[in-house]
Write a protein that binds this ligand. Sequence first.
Ligand SMILES: [Cu+2]
Length: 269
Amino acid sequence: MKRRDFVKLSGTTVVSAIVIPPALQSCMAGMKMNMGSSVAVKEGSFDVGLPIPSEVGTTAPLATKSSTFAVVKGKSTATLTYQSNILGPTIRVNTGQTVNAALQNNLSEETNIHWHGLKVPANMDGHPKDLAQAGGSFNYVLPINQRAGTYWYHPHPHKKTGKQVHAGLAGMFIVNDNEEAALNLPSGDFEVPLVIQDKRFSGDQLSYAPTMREVMTGYFGETVIVNGTASPVLTVTTRWYRFRILNGSTARVYNLALKCNGRIPFPGQ
Ligand SMILES: [Cu+2]
C-alpha cells in the first residue's frame, strides 16, 4: 500500500485499524499439516475502545498478580498480569540507559522474564533455570546497548511459558535512540502499541489445556485480542500515525490488513 493511501484511510472518523480475517490459516500452506487442526477466529463486534498500556522507564516494578478483566465485552475474566489488569506496562527507555526491573512473583508457581529481542547478559535473560520461585523475586539489571526498536517481555519458565503468557503475562519494551528521533516519527497519542494475541475461552474464562498434539504444534485461540481486549476500535484523526505491532500469540500467524471500503493488505502480501 502506498503511503498516501494510508493517509486517506486513517482520515476516516473511526477505523477498525486492524482487521483479522475470520478464518485464518497458517500463511504457509506447506505448514498446514504440521499445524494440526487450526482454530477459526470468531468475528468480534468492534465496539470497545482500544486500551493503551501504561508506560514506565528505567525503573520497572513488575509484580505478578491475579486479576480480572473484561477481555471480551461483558465478561469478567480471570487473568494474570504485571501491575495491571492484563499485560504489563510498556517499558520505554533510550539506548545507553540501564533498566532495573524488579520482578516480584506473587503467583503460586515459579516464573521469570525473558527480554525478547534485547541483548542482555545471559544471567539476566530469563533462562528457564533462572527463576523467581512462588513468593520470591528477581531483580533484572538490563544495560540497553542496541538500536531503537520494538521488543517485548514475557515469562519463560520450563513448560509454563505458554500457560502464563496465555493468562496475560507479557508486555512491550520500546528502545528509542537518536537515530530514530531524527526521523521525527509520530509520538505520544499518535504512536500506538498493538499487542495482538489469540486466546481460547471456555465460557467467560481463559482456557489453556493443550492436547499433546497442541503442545507439539501450537495453541490457537478463537478470540483475537489487541492490548488485552477483543475486537477493539481506535478513533483516529486525519494525520500520520505510527503503529508498533507485536504478535504476542503463542503460535498464530496473522495476515494483517487495513479495512475501509474493502480490505487493503499491507505491502508484501
Ligand atoms: Cu520470546
